[in-house]
Design a protein around this ligand. Structure first.
Ligand SMILES: [Zn+2]
Length: 86
């Protein structure tokens, strides 16, 4: 397994890793449990699990504090990264 430590902080999702190809998260919800890979490219973001650009996994990464800087940089480069729902 790729993911190392699962810290339970009362959250259903956990950031595993991110690189130039996308973001990996771990979904802890009992019905969806497992790794989820989200592709990030100039056209936008796509959840590999849900095959959509707007799901709970996408919302999670769009609001993750560690990823804000990266997403903001990409938005400035005209990548089609959505803003999180409020
Ligand atoms: Zn999803």
């Amino acid at each position: 397994m790729l993911f190392m430590s699962v810290k339970k902080r009362g959250k259903d999702m956990e950031l595993v890793s991110h690189d130039m190809w996308g973001v990996k998260i771990f979904d802890h919800t009992p019905t969806n449990k497992g790794l989820v890979h989200i592709t990030v490219n100039p056209k936008g973001v796509t959840c590999g699990r849900c095959e959509t650009d707007n799901c709970q996994h996408i919302q999670y990464i769009l609001t993750h504090v560690e990823l804000q800087k990266t997403f903001n940089q990409k938005r400035r480069q005209n990548w089609n990264i959505p803003e999180p729902d409020t």
